[in-house]
Design a protein around this ligand. Structure first.
Ligand code: IVH
Length: 658
């Protein structure tokens, strides 16, 4: 009977190899099941003949009492991390100090959990987790259920290999779909689900989870006459292990960066999750020369992809009041790391944004960093709902002063002029870096000084020095820090006009518009005295901005504020370079085409802009002048067609004054 059992075991192991490693099935699922059933029946009849690593273990059912400890003969080290191109270059340079012309193998970094597999004479004996790197846990019963872990190698070697256990995306999604149907809570991600499956005492659970492995490391390669990691990968493949097909041997730093950037772009196309790329020096003798630090090999490192999106729980939606009085919903999040910082708050923009996306308190949400700075809630992960989530309702009162909000377009405003929140935000804005740049006035100090009554309006900044001795008594302040604050307040009096314009908080006047206004009008009186028509005539000042400026200066309180600031010594003039406007260029849009003999394109662009002109890349009816050098292209033809003024190089020289 032993012979028949051995025969079936060989057939099943061969079938697994053909299916999982070669991706070339040789028997049907029904045939496979039939052999399996026959083997199960034989093992029941002759239990003494049952092997520990029998293919029947694949179906699971072994229940252990506890995880036994396994001491790794060679420690299972983890890898150092690098996060950007210059870190990768620095790693390569460190390697180059010891090695001439290094070659590397670059491999996808599988997002799973590492495993060590041990075979004696080609027979699978034991699997262990990494644990603390020295002592791991025996997970043989669960790893036996992983179908692409060979139970018998194709050579009778005694060997330890290491790799990653993971769950592919499809399996993860279908497990979660089933859990949802059955009303169970959903799993967070494939990695945790794989790890949870491996930490089960009953192997039936792991067997039902369709776990897989990629094998990527042969700790004792030299003992097998192998001197290159790329050869070790080939050898492990020949033995019957699944080795990732996207591992690549590259020559030097260029090949390295290219392969990494390819997978940074294309990682989503893989059926499993990867969280980076592993870089390994290919030559194993040289690996030994480089050696290890206490924790990591010096011959390898892991490049971690920047996370652009993370999932976390939205714990609460809080309303805040901005300096314009606008009340906005904000997400208070369970803190998560994203692109190097910990995020616990994100913007939800406005009522409409939250309602159309149906974002609810209690949702698992994805957070992205918009424009790299302000994190925002992108969407709710509806599949992860438990039913406990609370739908969003916009508040109708100010969260600070309780007054009723007014709806204007899509936004809600607190119009109470005495609302503390609004006033504090205005003061914070006034002192902020892009505005008056009063060093030392962070959000907290402004709020504290406001609450103590020292700071109620912009003017109060400049009166603070009167209270110097009182302020010095405050906890956390000394002579030095108060002097520093007062100095920076005094310095701010000399700011160029655009800072003040931005600091005032005129609606729609951001720092770019403030600069345009300051340059154009040179001092604040000119702006205050400008009509709507004069403002709108300025390039880049649209109707909304112009209206808002006129409105601001028609308010008596604002006029009074400006005159008090002036009186106290705040500069109201533009200090920057004054534009030399030239009628031939100012306000006109130019397009350049063909080759010019006397000007480089970029230089000419700078010259035109310095004269108040604007350079655009394509010809349209808004183009004023096309400057055509020799061999002009289709832009010239278009200009002729549209009847646009064309200057040749001589025209240009004369317009520029020779
Ligand atoms: S090599 C001494 N290669 O990443 C070599 N590790 O952050 C040790 N990992 O602990 C590991 N894919 O769990 C290696 N292709 C790959 C990998 C990989 C995923 C994991 C592994 C390791 C961790 C280090």
């Amino acid at each position: 009977m032993n012979d028949r059992m051995q025969e079936i075991i060989d057939i099943l192991n061969e079938a697994n190899y053909n299916y999982y490693v070669l991706d070339n099935p040789t028997i049907t699922d029904q045939e496979y099941d039939r052999y399996m059933q026959e083997l199960i029946a034989l093992e029941e009849k002759y239990p003494e003949l049952k092997r520990d690593n029998s293919p029947t273990s694949r179906v699971g059912g072994t229940v252990i009492d506890e995880f036994k400890k396994v001491t790794h003969k060679i420690p299972m080290l983890s890898l150092s991390n690098v996060f950007n191109e210059s870190d990768i270059i620095a790693f390569d340079e460190r390697v180059r100090k010891e090695v001439k012309n290094p070659k590397y193998v670059v491999e996808p970094k599988i997002d799973g959990l590492s495993v060590s597999l041990y075979y004696e004479n080609g027979e699978f004996v034991r699997a262990a987790t990494r644990g603390d790197g020295v002592v791991g846990e025996d997970i043989t019963h669960n790893v036996l259920t992983i179908k692409n872990v060979p139970l018998k190698l194709r050579e009778n070697v005694t060997i330890e290999v290491r790799g990653e256990i993971y769950m592919d995306k499809d399996t993860f999604n279908s497990i979660n779909e089933e859990r949802k149907r059955n009303g169970f809570s959903l799993f967070a991600n494939p990695r945790n689900t794989a790890a949870g499956s491996i930490r089960q005492l009953d192997s039936k659970i792991a067997a039902s989870r369709n776990l897989k492995t990629f094998i990527y490391h042969l700790p004792n390669a030299l003992d097998y006459g192998i001197h290159f990691h790329s050869e070790a990968l080939d050898y492990m493949k020949r033995l019957g292990f699944t080795v990732n097909e996207n591992n690549k041997l590259v020559d030097g730093i260029d090949g390295l960066l290219e392969h990494i950037s390819y997978w940074t772009e294309n990682r989503d196309s893989l059926p499993y999750e990867i969280d980076g790329m592993v870089i390994k020096l290919n030559d194993i003798d040289l690996q030994q020369r480089l050696g290890f630090t206490a924790k990591y090999p010096k011959w390898a490192t892991a490049y971690k992809f920047p996370a652009t999106r993370v999932l976390t729980k939205l714990k609460e939606i809080k309303f805040t009041v901005g300096r314009t009085g606008q009340v906005t919903p904000n997400a208070i999040l369970e803190p998560v790391r994203l692109m190097g910082s910990v995020i616990s708050k994100a913007t939800l923009h406005n009522e409409e944004y939250v309602l159309t996306k149906d974002i609810r308190t209690g949702d698992i949400v994805s957070i992205i960093k918009a424009g790299d700075v302000i994190p925002r809630v992108e969407e709710s992960i509806v599949e992860r709902r438990t039913g406990e989530e609370i739908p969003f309702v916009m508040t109708d009162v100010c969260p600070i002063c309780g007054s009723k909000l007014i709806k204007k377009d899509a936004s809600y405003y607190c119009v109470n002029p005495l609302c503390d929140a609004k006033n504090i935000e205005k003061l914070i804005h006034f002192a902020s870096r892009d505005a008056m740049n009063i060093d030392g006035f962070g959000d907290q100090i402004v709020e504290d000084f406001y609450n103590m009554g020292y700071l109620r309006s912009f003017i109060d900044f400049y009166k603070l020095k009167k209270y110097k001795s009182e302020l010095m008594e405050l906890e956390g302040f000394g002579n030095k820090s108060i002097n520093a604050l007062i100095d920076s307040i005094e310095d701010s009096k000399n700011n160029s006009l655009e800072r003040l314009l931005f600091a005032l908080g005129i609606r729609y006047v951001g720092n770019k518009t403030a600069k345009i206004l300051a340059k154009k009008f040179v001092n604040i009186d000119n702006i205050m005295n400008s009509s709507y028509e004069e403002l709108v005539a300025v390039r880049d000042i649209g109707t909304v901005i112009a209206k808002s400026i006129v409105e601001y200066f028609s308010n008596e309180d604002n006029v009074e504020l400006i005159s008090s600031l002036k009186e106290i010594g705040v500069n109201m003039e533009y200090n920057g370079p004054v534009e030399v406007l030239d009628d031939e260029f100012a306000g006109k849009t130019f397009v350049l085409t063909g080759t010019l003999e006397n000007y480089k394109r970029n230089d000419l662009k700078v010259i035109i802009e310095s004269k108040g002109g604007n350079v655009s890349g394509s010809v349209s009816k808004n183009t004023d002048v096309v400057i055509a050098g020799s061999d002009p292209g289709s832009k010239y033809d278009n200009a002729v067609k549209l009847g646009i003024t064309i200057w040749n190089e001589n025209d240009l020289i004369s317009k520029l004054g020779g």
